[in-house]
Design a protein around this ligand. Structure first.
Ligand code: ADP
Ligand code: MG
Ligand code: MG
Length: 895
């Protein structure tokens, strides 16, 4: 019995049908059927008009990959069976010469990857059935149009014949008939085009275009499997951090035709504006067109809001009817999925069909607005709203925009479509490669292209913004840019691009790769030169979401800041203290660096103390400024951490300056510099090791902190200092330094005759694996732990943080690692040390405060981990504070 059950289990089923006959899948099966397949099944189930078809599982793709390109056993037999069901339902036969069943073959993984894998339409046509289709529909033009598209798409996708060879042939025909648009080519032209395409096909593949529909289908399915491992698909997954998927599903669906004449068409739409979030149906459609025509920028599509005006010769109210139907479907979809939907539809001779729906990608600002409005509409709860906004996307709301005053003074060169909001400027780059290279070299560039394609994603990613001269709001550039929150202006038709000459012309003016342009993705404006920007205002829906987040989160949120300005900004963003105030930057300003160098290069205590005395007032003043900005909130000050060599003068002039103030010879300075050289400074004389050998450094810093606290308190500023001792590996280090710090505090209090309470905490950074392993001992000397996960990651993996780019990209490309452990905490390895230290630390010191101050403190996945292991707070850079607030709430709600 048990055996039988397993054989019938769903994981062995390779093909899932959707249609009136039966529907095997549903929306919960995204992993197995891909997003597209699962939702096609789901839409069928809720009664929407979906052409029938079937989905081949992602597991088949996985098997195909693992078997190095062998089709899974039994798959084509199962396909043949399900094709029979499809034939019954549609009343047409696959390969029939009079009334052929035609299908599309579409890829679709669990996570949507727009434009990554190409769809083949009209599959099943051949030299005979094209005549049948023509007779059956009484529309010869349409039949040959469908056939030429099949040869083109099949040639391109399955046989890798370059699309440009087909384009060339098409251009010749258009020229011959003296027309510019594909829709104006007469029937005879299309008949000739089919012949020309077959010749192109034969020339490049050395074979005739296959006439057996089952053969076409098998190779098309295989091509979809193959596309999963194509370079562009791999590159897209890497950039998006998509891992852990089995592969793509294959959807085979009976065709409906948007290219049957003036009463047919095709379109794409979002149920709400994906750029701003406004609750307005938002889409484009094209009459007498098929498939990708809308997004390919072949003809300019019309906005869906103008659809009611559409009239066909045989039906004057077609636009009104279809539009009303589309609006009803829109409501049904939003109620069903409780989210914004991104849909594809086709109208065949006045009848509307749905071809796809998925949750719509949206910008950060749109995500916030949509979430808030859907709560008001009672479509979702407040908790769902908090859970749904991708925390990382909040950065887009915190981005600057162009200064309205500056914009008033300058009129735009031209205006394109506001495809993805934000403000960007940069020098012009004309190819994706150029954009990658120049931005790696440190330049800020705008990628300027006629249109973009999936090959360009690397370049689009590295550019500051994207500007295209053709394409609509749903073009490749627009969709991808919105997904990333990158600024994009699309379809700026006034721009003429000369890619080879590396220049553009706009209204008679010319700009080259050396010129800077500014683009406003919220208005579509393009300006010459670099436009001034202003900071965003943070009220409205953003404030509402933050309020909701604060209600649900348990973690405290602090910031990493070492200046009063940064502290102030972080506080405005909602920071509840400073988790890491680095002190080393404070030694570089003005003449401080000279005093610092004197200190390091002094060869006796007295000279060192003299130099430190010069530094003390600077430090005290810095601390006073920060304590004032953070009035009433805790500030964790980390004592000097980096290896001393970072402060040393390596140039002649710097050495001469130090020699003069120490009254020694430059050669002597040079000698001491050489003496301090370390082979491996990051593992060398740094952190608490400095204070063990030069206790006077600690004494100076703690004196400055304590005096600053006292000065603040006298001015009624509630300074709450915490002294953090870095790089501790043994409890002895901390014991010695803690005692020294405490004595220093007591000495300052005595010297100042201060009678009030100071309550300065003394704790340590946990960043050396040994400290985590012995956290129970270390905790006996610490009021707090702050996990320094940058160094902890470096030392746990043994990867040099500064050199990791020599191999890490390959590691991620080959999936040796799932993600960069310096960006997102490696929860299974480094995280284990954190969890252990939390547990051991609390065991010997129940009152210990626990936080994290590494870069990971601003990464949503890492924050989720911090919540789970029970830290008290996370600390991150000021701009990530709102992200951390939201991520902390999401972690708490998911719990
Ligand atoms: P993508 O994932 O790139 O959007 P799709 O598989 O959704 O690719 O299809 C590409 C285009 O072909 C879309 O415009 C889609 O609506 C259209 N299309 C797909 N299948 C059919 C079909 N059976 N009938 C008509 N149009 C189709
Ligand atoms: Mg699609
Ligand atoms: Mg460190």
């Amino acid at each position: 019995m048990a055996k039988k059950k397993r054989a019938a289990s769903s994981s062995s089923k390779m093909v899932y049908y959707f249609g009136k006959t039966r529907t095997d899948g549903d929306t919960s099966m995204k992993q197995l059927l891909g997003g597209k397949g699962a939702n096609l099944a789901d839409m069928t189930s809720i009664g929407l008009p979906v052409p029938a078809g079937f989905t081949i599982t992602t597991e088949c793709c996985d098997q195909y990959s693992k078997a190095k390109g062998k089709m899974p056993k039994g798959l084509m037999e199962d396909v043949a069976k399900v094709v029979k069901t499809l034939e019954k339902e549609t009343g047409k036969q696959f390969g029939d010469s009079k009334d052929p069943l035609l299908v599309s073959v579409r890829s679709g993984a669990a996570v949507s990857m727009p434009g990554m894998m190409n769809t083949i339409l009209n599959l099943g046509l051949n030299d005979e059935s094209v005549v049948g289709l023509s007779n059956k529909t009484g529309n010869e033009r349409f039949a040959y149009d469908a056939y030429r598209r099949l040869i083109n798409m099949y040639g391109d996708v399955v046989m890798e014949v370059g699309h440009e060879y087909f384009e060339e042939a098409f251009d010749k025909i258009k020229k011959k008939y003296g027309v510019a648009l594909d829709t104006d080519v007469p029937t005879q032209g299309l008949v000739e085009l089919v012949d020309a395409y077959k010749r192109v096909y034969k020339k490049h593949t050395k074979q005739d275009f296959p006439q057996d529909p089952m053969h076409q289908l098998e190779l098309a399915i295989e091509a979809v499997f193959k596309s999963w491992d194509s370079d562009k698909a791999i590159s897209y997954r890497r950039i998006e951090g998509i891992t852990g998927l089995k592969g793509t599903a294959v959807n085979v669906q009976s065709m409906v035709f948007g290219n049957m004449g003036d009463d047919s068409g095709t379109g794409v739409a979002f149920t709400r504006n994906p750029s701003t979030g406004e609750n307005k149906f938002y889409g484009e459609f094209l009459v007498n067109a098929q498939g990708e025509d809308v997004v390919a920028g072949i003809r300019t599509p019309q906005p869906v809001k103008d659809m009611p005006k559409w009239k066909a010769p045989n039906d004057k109210t077609i636009g009104k009817k279809v539009h009303a139907e589309l609006m009803a479907i829109k409501d049904k979809l939003e109620k069903h999925y409780k989210d914004v939907q991104d849909i594809e539809f086709t109208i065949e001779q006045g009848k509307l069909y749905m071809l796809q729906t998925r949750n719509g990608k949206r910008t950060g600002p749109a995500a916030v607005r949509i979430a808030c409005e859907m709560v008001k509409e009672k479509l979702i709860t407040e908790k769902t709203a908090v859970m749904r906004i991708p925390a990382g996307d909040l950065t887009q709301l915190l981005l600057p925009s162009f200064d309205p005053a500056a914009k008033k003074k300058q009129s735009p060169l031209c205006v394109g479509l506001p495809a993805s909001p934000g403000a960007a400027f940069g020098k012009l780059a004309f190819t994706a490669n150029e954009a990658v290279e120049r931005s790696h070299a440190g330049e800020q560039v705008l990628l300027v292209r006629k249109e973009t394609s999936p090959e360009d994603v690397d370049g689009m990613h590295s550019a500051a913004g994207i500007l295209t001269s053709t394409g609509g709001m749903t073009s490749h550039a627009a969709v991808v840019a919105r997904g990333w929150g990158k600024c994009c202006v699309a379809g700026a038709g006034a721009i003429e691009i000369n890619e080879k000459g590396r220049k553009i012309t706009v209204n008679g003016k010319t700009y080259t790769h050396k010129d800077v342009l500014s683009i406003d993705g919220s208005t579509g404006e393009v300006f010459a030169g670099q436009m001034a920007t202003v900071e965003p205002k943070l009220g409205g829906d953003f404030a509402t979401v933050m309020k909701w987040a604060d209600k649900h989160r348990r973690l405290g949120i602090r910031t990493n800041a070492d200046s009063p300005a940064d502290s102030k900004r972080a506080r405005e963003f909602g920071a509840e203290g400073i988790g890491l105030c680095r002190t080393e930057h404070m030694f570089f300003e003005g003449d401080r660096i000279l005093a610092m160098r004197e200190m390091i290069l002094a060869d006796n205590l007295e000279a060192r103390e003299k130099a430190l005395t010069k530094l003390l007032p600077y430090q005290r003043k810095d601390f006073e400024g920060i304590f004032k900005a953070m009035n009433g909130l805790p500030v964790t000050v980390r004592l000097l951490d980096p290896p001393l060599h970072e402060f040393l003068p390596h140039d002649k002039k710097g050495q001469a300056d130090v020699a003069r103030s120490l009254a020694i010879k430059p050669a002597e300075v040079e000698r001491r510099v050489a003496q301090l050289h370390e082979a491996n400074p990051m593992l060398g004389h740094r952190g608490c090791r400095l204070s063990i050998t030069y206790p006077e450094i600690l004494t100076m810093q703690v004196t400055a902190i304590t005096e600053a606290v006292i000065n603040c308190k006298k001015k009624k500023i509630d300074a709450q200092a915490e002294v953090m001792i870095p790089l501790v590996g043994t409890v002895q280090e901390l014991a010695i330094l803690r005692q020294l710090a405490q004595e220093t505090i007591d000495n300052v209090v005595a010297a100042k005759k201060y009678g009030g309470k100071l309550d300065i905490l003394i704790g340590t950074m946990i960043e050396i694996p040994r400290a985590a392993l012995t956290a129970d001992e270390v905790a006996t000397e610490a009021d707090f732990f702050s996990f320094g996960t940058n160094d902890l990651t470096q030392m746990t993996f043994g990867y040099s943080r500064d050199d990791v780019n020599t191999f890490l990209p390959d590691y991620i490309g080959q999936e040796v690692l799932e993600k960069d452990p310096f960006q997102s905490l490696d929860t299974s390895g480094v995280g284990q040390l954190v969890a252990m230290a939390v547990e051991k630390g609390r065991r010997t010191n129940a009152k210990i405060k626990l936080g994290i101050c590494g870069e990971h403190g601003g990464d949503p996945a890492s924050i989720n981990f911090c919540h789970k292991v029970g830290l008290d707070y996370v600390s991150c850079s000021p701009f990530r504070v709102p992200i951390a607030r939201l991520a902390a709430a999401q972690a708490a709600l998911a719990d």
